[in-house]
Design a protein around this ligand. Sequence first.
Ligand code: ATP
Ligand code: MG
Length: 383
Amino acid sequence: MRSSIKSTLEKNALSTVLPLILIVDDNHDNINVIEEMLEQYGFEYYAVSDPLTIQDVLEYRKPDLILLDLYMPQQSGLDTLTIIKNDNRFESIPVLMLTAETDKHMLSRCLDAGAMDYINKPVDAVELQARIRSALKISSLTKDLSERNEELDRKNKEIQKFTATIVHDLKNPLTVIMASIDFVRNTLVETKQTLPVQFADMIKETTFSMRDSINEMLDVSRIQQGAFKLNMVKASPVDYIEKCLFRLRLLGNKKTITIVHEKKDVPHVYYDEKCINSIIMNLVGNSIKYSNPNSEIRLSYEVHADYIRVLVKDQGQGMTDKDLSLVFKEFQRLSARPTDGESSTGLGLAIVKSVAEAMDASVGVSSEGRDKGSTFWFDLRKD
Ligand SMILES: Nc1ncnc2c1ncn2[C@@H]1O[C@H](COP(=O)(O)OP(=O)(O)OP(=O)(O)O)[C@@H](O)[C@H]1O
Ligand SMILES: [Mg+2]
């Protein structure tokens, strides 16, 4: 029954329809028995008795599945399996171990090393074909899935690139609008036209906020593409944070929300200014957005052995336990809703997390529940 490896390989090289099974077993009698079973169930097959030749054999003809004996004098099944799984040309081929082994420890090592399953010897024909079919099915589903993942990854990258290009192209016209509005405003001031000056200010403010969003989106796409250039400094972040608060205080004033900054001397820590600006804009911006008028937002500092913690505490709508578990994920709009019709896309805190991670800083949040305020924080490391 058993033909020579070469002639069987040649025979199988012509066939692409039936699944091709490779048997690796040092015992010729075992090979004969299994070949008969495979023949009976209509599989194509070939066999090798010397596991040391495995790579040459696989290179010559790649099977759809390998039946691999666990105990072979030349090289154990586990070592042979490890060679197959460490070779990226062959790692995706499903491997079923053939074993009389009752030692579960050894079997578990084989499964850890990448075997899909095992078949006990003496091999039962019905079990053999059932396990081969199920392994082939799993392997084909896994292949489909990984092809789809690759395709999605590729499309995702294209979309990211496309979005970044559009966002980038929005910057230039915006710069022209910003320069022109200054000119218009100055002319209006000179001719003492008070009401149009107010509108000019509003256009300017809105344009600034569009520019901030565009810069933020560009930063996020750079983070996603691993091209975000950090400029880490070691200093106290307190004065820089005060600068970031300037525009937020104007926003807060509109809703009669007070921002209290408990400035104090803190040890020097590592940070990047653009990242800190993005984090403060989002955290304090959210506190303003999700708080009612006449409330307070407090920024404070805790000094710990290895880091300082910057806390942003508000008296707003607070969060449920479910909100807390989702809050740093993308596109999450949770139970709190903007109190003055502000926009909400559910992206800000996901950006905060990426930006903080880029600086090797951690972020966190706590809330005692709905309507009990929220406290967000981020930690900046000393070393
Ligand atoms: N300080 C806060 N108090 C209560 N809920 C908050 C607070 N900050 C965020 N949330 C909740 O978490 C959700 C996600 O916030 P996130 O900043 O990611 O997005 P957003 O504010 O909805 O939109 P944007 O992308 O414009 O920031 C918000 O929709 C809100 O329900
Ligand atoms: Mg937000």
